[in-house]
Design a protein around this ligand. Structure first.
Ligand SMILES: [Fe+2]
Length: 289
């Protein structure tokens, strides 16, 4: 008799090992601006990071055994390709906070490691690409894209990507169609969109690599609450990168990535046709500075 549970668990483990390396390759291929910091800025930031580390060592009287364990772990994070995962889970949320705290319009949050540009173009009223009989509760996600002053933004793009009902992302997990539950929606002349999808599941960040070792050693959990990822753009406006969560969902109050904000929690209602849920959420973009 086949042990289906063991097979499933092996499949997810293989996924976890592959996704770290995949996130590193994708990041290295990404276009990014040249470091714009002068020597003084680099010196200030590097000195203060080191001073914070020295302070922890002094306060906790870190031993040589602990120092060696740290070195071994840091080396392994790189070998596992998990620096993008580590940084996006435990550091990015503060970078997002300080960069966007004064920005008008909808709240943003972290992008995370699983965005892939170039998703299939979809019309304003469309279903995300999904498998025949895609499992999960059907969800209709609709809303309007506006400028922060209320001006409608026809032609805005709503890029959406999400995990499936098993918590897995296309292009980071094996055996999923390339663009499963990923799409780039052009809103209509009123700035509105209506996207048919399924509710994503909460997922654990990969636990079989170095980040998982840290989580196990510290006795933490590895869960992210279920969420939709969005990247919303329109001419003359700053791109909004955000995530939307589900009220009452598991781990909404203890997200490992600390990315939940109260403004980003959806309240889905039963769908009018009795099939799943629907929710309305408007997105407001800040004008370019
Ligand atoms: Fe995610």
């Amino acid at each position: 008799m086949t042990d289906v549970t063991a097979e499933k668990s092996n499949e997810v483990k293989a996924t976890a090992a592959a996704s770290g390396a995949s996130a590193t390759e994708r990041f290295q291929a990404k276009e990014r601006s040249e470091a714009a910091s002068g020597k003084e800025r680099v010196s200030t930031l590097a000195s203060e990071v080191l001073a914070a580390v020295h302070d922890v060592i002094r306060r906790h009287k870190v031993t040589y055994a602990e120092y060696d364990a740290l070195k071994a772990w840091l080396i392994q994070v790189g070998l596992d390709g998990e620096w993008p995962l580590f940084l996006d889970v435990w550091v990015e949320h503060v970078v997002e906070e300080v960069n966007n705290e004064a920005r008008p319009g909808s709240k943003g949050t972290i992008e995370g490691p699983y965005y892939v540009p170039g998703a299939p173009a979809l019309s304003a009223d469309a279903a995300l690409p999904m498998r025949e009989g895609e499992s999960g509760t059907p969800l209709v996600f609709q809303g309007q894209v506006r400028s922060a002053d209320g001006t409608l933004l026809p032609g805005a793009l709503v890029d959406i990507w999400q995990a499936d009902a098993d918590g897995l992302y296309a292009q980071f997990a094996p055996n999923l169609p390339e663009w499963n539950l990923r799409g780039s929606v052009t809103v209509d002349e009123k700035g509105t969109f209506r996207i048919r999808t399924v509710e994503p599941a909460p997922y654990q960040i990969p636990t079989d690599g170095s980040c998982g070792k840290l989580i196990a050693a510290a006795g933490w959990h590895a869960w992210r609450p279920a969420h939709l990822h969005l990247k919303v753009s329109a001419p003359g406006h700053q791109t909004l990168t955000t995530q939307l969560y589900f009220r009452g969902g598991e781990h909404v109050t203890d997200d490992i990535a600390s990315a939940v904000k109260p403004e980003l929690v959806l309240d889905p209602a039963p769908a009018a046709d009795g099939n799943g849920h629907e929710v309305h959420y408007d997105l407001e973009l800040a004008p370019e500075q």
